[in-house]
Ligand binder design. Structure first.
Ligand code: NAD
Ligand code: UD1
Length: 337
């Protein structure tokens, strides 16, 4: 297939480009590099032997989006491009609504105008808000706790309405749980700008000496060791999930939400200990107050992904930690030289 990958230079996008090229697809990346480096695409080329075509442009630039579709006939689009930092979205809601919503609308309009009705969209477990019960199945109540979450929820709503109005759409909404880890080559991985907000990049940057100490946000939750529970999914499993979604689009008419998670929850301390095992030494860490807004537990009911996409996560927490450390230790400053 000829695939357009928006946000393909980013963390999950670059891993998905590798899997898509390996599966024999022709990949074009559309990315404005606002949160990525073109070096990630050099690395994709080093892993696969094939360089994806690259359009450096902004989804907010409607003419550039149109030009991308005028230039090539795509069979499907995987839409990763968006801003994703929860705290930043609270501080800059307009930027998040503009970039994520208007950017997506431009993309969907040009897809429709060019007769491209196959779409895989990056949604998030954030659309489940603060879960009432776990595991979370796709029918669980939806809500948003912040502007970032609202952009995911609204884009899901827009896509449901579009699919209801126009039966030619085949859309899969992939709701990711907690993507972590890196490609086993150590050539591509997560490279957040500034101080990381999320647990795994914080851990890896403490391990490599860029940050002094890990704060564990709360150890008095009602869980087996008092720390929060999440469903950590290896980014290569996640990438493979996108390929399974692409292959299933034909039979999935309309708009179908599918969780991409392992179905297993691990506590913060379990993840940290597994990472310490991978590194072979303890990390400097302390217990800190709870982070406002954190859910006690969030993990997927992953049965729909198996039933509809034939997909299941294969890699466990040890592989996650080994690969995250392999990436960070080989690239202490990420993609920067
Ligand atoms: P990322 O920031 O590494 O990748 C996003 C990419 O989109 C970047 O390369 C950025 O430069 C590009 N981009 C942003 N706005 C753009 C625009 N207007 N025009 C063109 N390119 C633009 O993030 P990621 O972790 O790879 O996440 C990919 C997608 O998955 C996002 O939509 C994110 O919300 C979603 N998601 C991520 C996680 C996670 O924990 N990483 C969890 C759930 C959902
Ligand atoms: C984050 C996002 C959420 C997104 C999800 C999936 C925030 C507030 N929420 O949630 O919108 O859908 O990722 O990618 O960013 N922790 C520490 N110390 C740290 C960092 C985190 O103890 O330095 C703990 C947190 O309290 C939490 C767990 O680690 O219990 C995981 O945190 P994080 O990686 O930020 O992911 P989520 O909270 O699941």
């Amino acid at each position: 297939m000829n695939i357009l990958v928006t946000g393909g230079a980013g963390y999950i996008g670059s891993h998905t480009c590798v899997e898509a090229i390996k599966a024999g697809h022709a990949v074009t990346v559309f990315d404005n590099l606002c949160n990525a480096s073109a070096e990630s695409l050099n690395r994709v080329a080093a892993i696969t032997g094939t360089r994806p075509d690259f359009i450096q442009a902004d989804l907010l630039d409607r003419a550039a989006v149109k030009a991308a579709f005028d230039a090539k006939a795509y069979d499907a689009v995987i839409h990763f491009a968006g801003l994703k930092a929860v705290g930043e979205s609270v501080a800059k809601p307009w930027e998040y609504y503009n970039n994520n919503i208007v950017g997506s609308l431009n993309l969907f309009a040009e897809m429709r105008d060019h007769g491209v009705f196959n779409l895989v969209f990056s949604s998030s477990a954030t659309v489940y808000g603060n879960p009432e019960k776990v595991p979370l199945a796709e029918g669980a109540p939806l809500s948003a706790l912040n502007p970032y979450g609202r952009t995911k929820l609204w884009i899901e709503d827009m896509l449901r309405d579009m699919a209801a109005a126009e039966p030619r759409w085949h859309i899969v909404l992939l709701r990711y749980f907690n993507p972590v880890g890196a490609h086993e080559s150590g050539l591509i991985g997560e490279d957040p700008g500034g101080i990381p907000n999320n647990l795994m990049p914080y851990i890896t940057q403490v391990a490599v000496g860029r940050l002094k100490e890990l704060s564990i946000f709360g150890d008095d939750y009602p869980t087996r060791d008092g720390t929060c529970i999440r469903d950590y999914i290896h980014v290569c499993d996640l990438a493979e999930g996108h390929l399974c979604a692409l292959a299933s689009l034909d039979k999935l008419q309309g708009c179908t939400p599918v969780n991409l998670g392992t179905g297993n929850g691990f506590t913060v301390l379990e993840l940290v200990r597994s990472f310490e095992k991978a590194v072979g030494r303890p990390l400097p860490r302390r217990i800190a107050p709870r982070r406002p807004g954190d859910a006690v537990a969030s993990y997927a009911d992953a049965t729909r992904a198996a039933a509809l996409l034939g997909w299941k996560a294969k890699r466990g927490i040890d592989a996650i930690c080994r690969d995250a450390w392999n990436w960070q230790s080989k690239n202490p400053r990420g993609y920067r030289p």
